[in-house]
Design a binder for this molecule. Structure first.
Ligand SMILES: NC(=O)c1ccc[n+]([C@@H]2O[C@H](COP(=O)([O-])OP(=O)(O)OC[C@H]3O[C@@H](n4cnc5c(N)ncnc54)[C@H](OP(=O)(O)O)[C@@H]3O)[C@@H](O)[C@H]2O)c1
Length: 247
């Protein structure tokens, strides 16, 4: 039986928004594959707990991705980054369009669109020339779920940037993973019974018969970072939930 060396040994991976959910699972996948991983988040206790769960050569840095100076200082203080994953999240901007509070939609952009763009721009001088960037968007950008026009706008704006950035910033590779509904702490804001009913309903209409797990998305992120022949791609990780039904 042949054994292969860990793929990311000696490589530096930064996961912005790595103290929970998808970012944490991605950090764990890279750490298990030999990478030196820095996870970031706003809350020190969450960071420390995630670092302990992930293990390997993982450290945590308290950085608010909404704060331009904090983001710039973080990258200036670190060394060369081989792979960057941006998984910071926001929750604002959803709901029926007729009642959509535009200030809430702007908050959604502030919490997700601008931080992802800001982080990528600040990281550029510190990224390995032929390294990789993986943004995390959302299936709402390419689906037609009622009540998600605002989220579609935020995530669609990010996804639209991926192909031009992949060409403009080459040989740096720029990709995105677009998750469907994934059972992460992001959903803790929904009361447990309501969340269970929602997930059960979604599982019943999703081709693979379940909602996603953070590890599902982590595998997609790992694949995009590892495959040096993939760039400019928005990779759906939805269990088929966003496939057109022809309705
Ligand atoms: N879960 C889903 O169903 C789903 C579906 C589609 C897309 N997504 C996207 O996937 C990404 C990850 O979501 P998730 O479900 O894994 O969420 P999560 O479990 O809530 O994790 C979000 C992570 O981002 C950090 N974070 C949030 N705001 C930040 C900021 N301003 N600066 C630095 N760190 C920040 C959080 O730590 P602190 O709060 O301590 O800062 C945490 O580590 C998000 O972009 C989300 O929109 C999720």
């Amino acid at each position: 039986m042949s054994t292969s060396a860990p793929l990311f040994t000696g490589q530096h991976v930064v996961v912005m928004g790595g103290s929970s959910g998808i970012g944490e699972a991605a950090a764990a996948a890279f750490a298990a594959d030999g990478a030196e991983v820095v996870i970031t988040g706003r809350d020190r206790e969450r960071l420390d707990a995630a670092v302990a769960r992930i293990g390997g050569k993982t450290t945590g840095a308290q950085v608010d991705a909404v704060d331009p100076e904090a983001v710039a200082a973080f990258f200036a203080d670190g060394g060369t980054v081989d792979h960057l994953v941006v998984a910071v999240s926001g929750a604002a901007g959803s709901g029926p369009f007729a009642q959509l509070d535009l200030a809430d939609l702007a908050t959604g952009f502030d919490a997700k669109f601008w931080p992802q763009v800001r982080v990528l721009q600040a990281a550029l001088p510190h990224l390995r020339a032929d390294g990789s960037v993986t943004l995390i968007t959302a299936a709402s950008a390419r689906a037609a779920f009622p009540g998600t026009a605002g989220l579609a706008a935020i995530n669609g704006a990010l996804q639209a940037m991926v192909p031009p950035l992949a060409v403009e910033l080459a040989p740096l590779r720029v990709n995105a993973v677009s998750p469907g509904v994934i059972d992460t702490p992001w959903w803790d804001r929904v009361p447990e019974e309501q969340r269970k009913a929602l997930f059960d309903g979604l599982a019943a209409t999703t081709p693979v018969g379940r909602v996603g797990r953070p590890e599902d998305v982590a595998r997609a992120i790992h694949l995009l970072a590892a495959n040096t022949f993939v760039t400019g791609v928005v990779f759906d990780c939805t269990g088929g939930a966003n496939l057109p039904t022809g309705r």
